[in-house]
Design a protein around this ligand. Sequence first.
Ligand code: SF4
Ligand code: SF4
Length: 506
Amino acid sequence: MTAPTYDLGKLHGGLRLLGHKQASTTQSILDVPVPSQLVLPIEQHVGEPAQPVVGVGDYVLKGQLIAEPDGELGAPVHASSSGTVVAIERWPVSRRHGDKAPCIVIECDGKDAAVPDPATTDYQSQAPADLLLRILDGGIVGLGGAVFPTAQKLMQARTCDTEYLILNGVECEPYISCDDVLMRERAPEILTGAQVLMHALQINDCFVVVESDKPEAIRRLGEALAELGDDRIVLKQVPTIYPSGGEDQLVQLVTNREVPSGGLPTDVGCIVQNVGTAAAVHDWILRSEPLISRVTTVTGDGVVSPVNIRARIGTPIEEVIQLAGGYTEHVKHLIIGGPMTGKSVTTDEVPLVKASNCVLAISDTAPKGDELACIRCGDCAAVCPVQLLPQQLFWYACADDEKKLREFGLIDCIECGCCDLVCPSHIPLTADFRIAKGRIRELADEKSRAERARQRFEARNQRLEKEQEEREAELARQKDSARSAGPAAIAEILKRKQQEKKDDSG
Ligand code: SF4
Ligand code: SF4
């Protein structure tokens, strides 16, 4: 069955890029065996890091909670296999600056013993609010790369007039094919996950959106949808243009609604979830398997046999490379994520985390040429999907002009890299924007810290003033009652007052 193409909204800019996906999609998803050691960062999501609830020496089972959420935007972390916690320490992770982060290290015993009798959820009979709390317990985060905790995103959408759930199967970045193979192999589970999400959101419209260069995924989803017979779910094809898989771009394409600057898809009645997230919701709600594994593409000319693997979260990247036949002779760069938005790492000791959609090993990058002065050709603006003016932003980023950067919408930049690719002057625009956004965020954090300190100071003063007023009122009340009670009571009050003074000066 081929899905119909609907009247789609228009995406501004974007680029048609070579996919490089063929090599990794010729075979089925390979399961990575349980590694000898798992390294689980406690911060794998947007928001506060989780707090460990296990200690060194503890034996843990597959699926057991090992770190609980902390703060409003938290997500729990679960053990991906059974074994003994041997360390809680800083370990290299695939973050932007390639630094280290606190991780729980488990020495696996190879038994893969799971939490006994896990409870499954009859989601249809559950109140939506309870279902949202249950989703929170599964440690599920957005698997498209944003890693926003799923339960909190759904809760936010519940507070708005959300009409549409959009399942994102638009895997537009070159080399990455984990969602494509997932849609081919687990289409029924993805659609059931969509039904669970619709119940949690109490909405009745869902679009499953796939790019037109994935005919096999579209066919499998079409068959699964026909089998399911749920006419609330509609399959949509979109043209293959990078970065149409960005949340705001997808909303625009599917509904022709424009997410306002600095806003969210819920501002225009939509919530976007990745197809992998929907499958993870299915696995947790209907099989009680928390988010302890994911499908990842291992590809590039730096590995022998590009492939998609299903590995436990925490598996060292060096082990997944082995399943792709190991490195080729001339491998030079290792990137976690795609070539446009991924992060370079300097070691393959880093673990696979919930956000790891791709491990890209490449022998070399094309020489970029020396950076030259901007010639104001305007090509960067023509391809920017957010309709920004990258050449202006670059100017203000160089001048560190926060006010102008805000005015020109830097905060809306999705760091897609399109402007870099077309710039004839080889200016690393996206890297500069990333740094400038970081500085703006730091300034905003500083301001909000100062504001919180001011509020705390004022609240303390108000509290002290109120206590003083209450003390004076109490004293006046006691004096009044003493006047009517006689000299003995007055003596008692004076004694108490003297004692209070002594206590205060002490
Ligand atoms: S593409 Fe490069 S050279 Fe052209 S306007 Fe943009 S920044 Fe300047
Ligand atoms: S990186 Fe930012 S400025 Fe450049 S094209 Fe993408 S969204 Fe526009």
